[in-house]
Ligand binder design. Structure first.
Ligand code: CTP
Length: 402
């Protein structure tokens, strides 16, 4: 998608710099050419040699380097690209950019460029939330700088919150959107995604849950939003950050999840990736159930939860044009998936084997089979983000044809 596009990647000094190496690989995988500038801080985290090996090009580090200036002056370097990407964009780099400082090669190139600039901020939560950074961000946005992330999550410094650099796939998608704006084939469509587990309370302190992490569902919401769909993500309790550009509805139970889906309006696409608990406790106790001293255990009476996928697939005027379910199985994956597609009335099923030995539940990788009305596709093992990107692409192709 990025054939012939030239990206000047400025790697700032943050722990997230290692992710920028993966970004180089991904950009080159899309046939873009990448040239890197490493700041002095960036060189504390990744070496010029790693960036040069991955980019297949010279890496620039110094402003006053006679050899570099003879080969390509810093002004030309800043303009000989279609897009400048700063990843990670530290608080210091953002501040310098906002104020037009140019005291090293990176900031000079950013000031001298006549090309669009995308930044992927990464810093400590407090630094991100500081009034100075807020002001600098507003200035940069006002100057037309594009911003991807940061995401919310655990930070290398041990704190939690917004400040983690966006993932390489997200930065790649933002670069693609900036350089190839036509690559938003789902614009104008609305998508609903369910994700994560549900928690079904037993009493005020206990609940029934499952091992779903929400990684796959959240990645699908991100991928659909990247392709331009107006995306609503209805999520059970997870530790995943809300993907950029996605509207979130946080719920706990299956009943709340159904209500949130119904209340979110009409959709063209629905992807049910949530691991919804099949049952809830029939009558949950308003008080903590106390341990019995005669050694006996309480008996929980369960009742069935509403089936969200089944309900969304129902053939009525508000049915999304494409309804996709998941079939997480531990045996006879394809047989169960076929049966589930018929029983639930959805259009496609993404089936996967979630036996403990696969490591899929909670892990970053997935091996899926896509069952559509036309047949079965066996996809090779890949990361959950790649599964999401491929599924979003398949959905886009479906709407392009349909
Ligand atoms: N699903 C749902 N609401 C439920 C149960 C499941 O929306 N109450 C959706 C899931 O999000 C998934 C699909 O239905 O897309 C299949 O879920 P799964 O748990 O695999 O199937 P079940 O119908 O629960 O059948 P079983 O537990 O027997 O495998």
């Amino acid at each position: 998608m990025l054939t012939g596009k030239r990206v000047l990647l400025i790697i700032g000094g943050g722990i997230a710099a290692y992710k920028s190496l993966d970004l180089i690989r991904k950009l080159r995988g899309q046939a873009a050419s990448v040239r890197c500038i490493l700041t002095a801080g960036g060189r504390q985290f990744v070496t010029p040699l790693s960036a040069a090996s991955l980019s297949g090009d010279k890496v620039y580090t110094e402003l006053f380097d006679l050899t570099d200036e003879a080969e390509m002056g810093h002004i030309q370097l800043s303009r000989d690209a279609d897009l400048l990407v700063v990843a990670p964009a530290t608080a210091d780099l953002m501040a310098k950019m906002a104020h037009g400082l140019a005291d090293d090669l990176a900031t000079t190139a950013l000031l001298a460029t006549d090309k669009p600039v995308l930044i992927a901020p990464a810093m400590n939560v407090r630094m991100w939330q500081h009034a100075a950074t807020r002001r600098n961000l507003a200035t940069l946005r006002g100057d037309g700088v594009m911003v991807i992330g940061p995401n919310e999550g655990d930070m290398a410094c041990g704190e939690y919150g917004p400040g983690r650099m966006a993932e390489p796939e997200e930065i790649l998608a933002a670069i693609t959107a900036a350089l190839a704006p036509t690559a938003r084939p789902l614009s104008g469509l609305r998508a609903l995604v369910t994700s994560g587990p549900t928690h079904e309370p037993i009493d005020p302190v206990r609940y029934i849950a499952n091992r779903s992490s929400g990684k796959q569902g959240h990645a699908i919401a991100a991928a659909l939003a990247m392709l331009g769909a107006e995306t609503v993500l209805v999520s059970g309790p997870v530790h995943e950050a809300t993907p950029p550009g996605v509207a979130i509805r946080k719920v706990e139970t299956a009943c709340e999840m159904l209500e949130a889906c119904k209340g979110a309006g009409r959709f063209d696409i629905a992807v049910c990736a949530a691991a919804v608990a099949d049952w809830r406790v029939e009558s949950q106790s308003g008080r903590k159930i106390k341990k019995r001293h005669d050694g006996g255990a309480p008996k929980l009476v369960l009742t069935e939860n509403p089936d969200i996928l089944l309900s969304l697939s129902q053939n009525n005027a508000s049915r999304p044009r494409l309804v996709i379910g998941f079939a997480a199985e531990t045996n006879d994956v394809i047989t169960h998936a076929r049966e589930k597609r018929t029983r639930k009335g959805c259009d496609w099923i993404v089936a996967n084997d979630v036996s403990p030995e696969t490591g899929i539940m909670g892990g970053d990788f997935n091996t899926v089979h896509l069952l559509t009305g036309e047949g079965l596709e066996n996809w090779p093992p890949m990361s959950k983000t790649d599964v999401a990107a491929r599924l979003a692409q398949r959905i886009a192709e479906h709407f392009a044809v349909g």
